[in-house]
Design a protein around this ligand. Structure first.
Ligand code: NAD
Length: 318
């Protein structure tokens, strides 16, 4: 198989590169503009004959059209990771999600490439409190440009699949965490506490409660679902069965960094930033019925990812 991974130098993308290259029959091309991705995540493959790196932007249609030739499966992970940035750059997600996704699909169509995996998220559901959202929940009313443009991208993928005989696997992830994180609450806390070990500023009131899933579980879910399903458009929620609060995450980080007597300061309000959804609940019946469950719960995933980011020893769960 010849895979092209947009955003392959980023957190989730680089983890799937590792996984795919474990198998001798796979060839992998990473297409990334390095706006948040890091060369250090993939540089070990630069001399590997089964690996190719293209530094490029999905907004460049002619480049992606050329780069995508001769591949048979696309993983589309490139996007703006910073939800709050749309407050000052309102067209950011429009370009980096919707236009970028359109360009990729158009490049696929012109090169007769049929299969795409897309990384969507809980943001498409909007702020619906404690409602456990199944994949067919509606009406979908996102509360951020990030969520709105994820939903728009899902819609364009669906349209291309139906009009041009393509096939897609759309995954709505919970918060994904793990070794190569480039952003996120645990990542943020570690960096803040390294600079100021006695005090931690927490965005919001710390009671925000969501599912946190380890990236290895996410990769496992993607490959499992893609193998087991064969609809034109396959949409799946991917999360743990439980939830954890931001305050609990702060306590885990402090313990893992061996710190004591850290004073918490809160910016206040229910949400971390405008567009943040403070409570996220997934309905996971569809993926459970298919036979998939996460290996790590939220607390285990947070602890493991913090240890990985701190370069501490981690013990694999059987
Ligand atoms: N991390 C999460 O919690 C989470 C949750 C749900 C969905 N997602 C989605 O999963 C995908 C990967 O997220 P991540 O956490 O690995 O983020 P990331 O920022 O680490 O990776 C995104 C990658 O895309 C690249 N990129 C961005 N715009 C590009 C463009 N126009 N052209 C080429 N490359 C571009 C970046 O340089 C980076 O390497 C994103 O689509 C994200 O929205 C992530």
């Amino acid at each position: 198989m010849r895979y092209l991974i947009t955003g392959g130098a980023g957190f989730i993308g680089s983890t799937i590169v590792d996984k795919l290259l474990e198998d001798d029959i796979n060839e992998v091309t990473v297409f990334d503009n390095f706006c948040s991705g890091k060369l250090s995540y993939i540089e070990k493959y630069l001399n590997n004959k089964r690996f190719k790196l293209i530094k490029g932007d999905l907004l460049d249609l002619s480049l992606i059209k050329e780069s995508i030739k001769d591949h048979n499966f696309i993983f589309h992970f490139a996007a703006n990771p910073d939800i709050s940035k749309a407050m000052i750059e309102t067209d950011l997600d429009l370009r980096l999600s919707i236009i970028a996704t359109y360009n990729l699909l158009e490049a696929m169509r012109l090169n007769r490439i049929k299969k795409i995996v897309y990384s969507s998220g809980s943001g498409v559901y909007g702020d619906v409190g404690l409602t456990e959202t199944p994949e067919d929940f509606g009406p979908l009313m996102p509360s951020s440009m990030y969520g709105a443009c994820k939903l728009g991208s899902e819609a364009i993928i669906s349209a291309f699949c139906n009009m041009f005989d393509m096939q897609s696997w759309i995954f709505r992830f919970a918060n994904v965490i793990g070794k190569n994180q480039t952003h996120g609450v645990g990542f943020d806390f570690i960096n803040k506490l390294k600079k100021e070990p006695k005090q931690l500023t927490i965005l919001g009131d710390g009671t925000q409660s969501k599912s946190y899933i380890h990236v290895n579980d996410v990769i496992d879910a993607i490959l499992f679902v893609a193998k087991k399903t064969n609809e034109i458009v396959n949409i799946y929620n991917v999360a743990t069965d439980d939830y954890i609060t931001v305050n609990e995450i702060a306590s885990i980080v402090i313990k893992e960094m061996n710190l004591e007597n850290v004073i918490f300061e809160y910016t206040g309000g229910k949400r971390g930033w405008k567009g943040d959804v403070p409570i996220v609940r997934f309905n996971l019946e569809k993926i459970h019925k298919l036979g998939w469950k996460s290996k790590y719960n939220s607390k285990e995933a947070v602890k493991r990812s913090i240890r990985e980011m701190l370069n501490k020893e981690v013990v694999a769960k059987k």
